[in-house]
Design a protein around this ligand. Structure first.
Ligand code: SF4
Length: 302
């Protein structure tokens, strides 16, 4: 399988580590060439058009190519949680989630497993998988890697994390996040087009861009919202999130991150988006910035 062989010099994402993942080497994403999944189940805490009443069939992959210091899913992002599985088992998991009533298959942090996911999706579709497929990513993707998935993904759910390269460099050791994430987003919109919903209001196709506010970076957030709206208008949805949770162990050395996003800052950003003309958006209400909001990565459903 030529595609898998490419993992022997992995350049799947913009980090372009070039390591031999087939021989057990790990790059920036902290996982070798074998699939590791930490949880697969119905998830109810995405945007309402993704979760719906019945839940999103969410598969949490281990490892991450971003490595943000404040990561709320650090347990799996570090590649330390989860279970090794085959592509055949991944195919079964997709079908099992559909059987359980999931309204979609939600691939969380899938970037470093694109080759295996592509095969598993093709096989599952051949066996009757028919619900929409959601690609839920940090946004730090290569266009040529996304092209491998063309026709298989219905909904792209990328983060848009940093506008300033200084912020990206400080928290994720990445100099070109904006450049790469904006090219990737262009490809995502090209592949799936404008939003389409079922009669019940469940998203069937489209792009929702998520932006997680960080404490003290209102201007960076405004720059992102302005860029997204000026480029795509209401062809995409923008989800503005305030659920940032300071996790003491991880943010030592970054005292400015040791607080939640203030209600005033969040309101200012929402007002800014509204004044720009953003109509297709999601905001968070209530007490979402809690540690208990973080899923339990216990290999359930794997
Ligand atoms: S997928 Fe992992 S190993 Fe491959 S280039 Fe990206 S971070 Fe490096």
């Amino acid at each position: 399988m030529l595609e898998f062989e490419e993992l022997s010099q992995c350049k799947l994402c913009p980090r372009e580590c070039g390591v031999d993942r087939l021989q057990g080497k790990k790059g920036y994403c902290k996982v070798d060439g074998q699939l590791i999944v930490a949880r697969a189940g119905l998830h109810y805490w995405e945007e309402p058009c993704i979760s719906a009443q019945s839940g999103s069939g969410t598969v949490f992959f281990s490892g991450c190519n971003m490595g943000c210091v404040f990561c709320q899913n650090q347990k799996i992002a570090s590649g330390k949680a989860g279970k090794y599985i085959t592509t055949q088992r991944l195919t079964e998991i997709f079908l099992e989630l559909q059987e359980k009533g999931a309204v979609n298959i939600n691939l969380v942090t899938p970037t470093h497993y694109i080759y295996q996911i592509k095969i598993a999706l093709k096989n599952a579709k051949a066996k009757g998988l028919h619900i929409p497929i959601v690609y839920n990513t940090s946004g730090y993707e290569k266009v040529e890697s996304l092209k491998l998935l063309e026709g298989l993904i219905d909904i792209y759910l990328p983060d848009f994390k940093y506008y300033s390269s200084l912020v990206g460099k400080k928290y994720a050791k990445v100099n070109d996040y904006f450049e790469k994430a904006s090219l990737a987003l262009e490809e995502m919109v090209k592949q799936v087009g404008s939003p389409v919903f079922s009669e019940a209001g469940i998203m069937q196709k489209g792009v929702i861009v998520r932006h997680l506010m960080l404490p003290g970076y209102l201007q960076d957030s405004k720059n992102i919202i302005s860029y997204l709206y000026e480029t795509y208008g209401n062809r995409i949805y923008i989800s503005i999130m305030n659920q940032y949770t300071p996790l003491q162990e991880q943010i030592k050395g970054f005292p400015e991150l040791n607080r939640k996003v203030s209600k005033i800052s969040y309101k200012k950003l929402i007002n800014y988006a509204s004044e720009l003309g953003v109509e297709n958006g999601f905001i968070q209400q209530g007490e979402t910035a809690l540690e208990s909001f973080i899923p339990n990565f216990n290999n359930e459903g794997v």
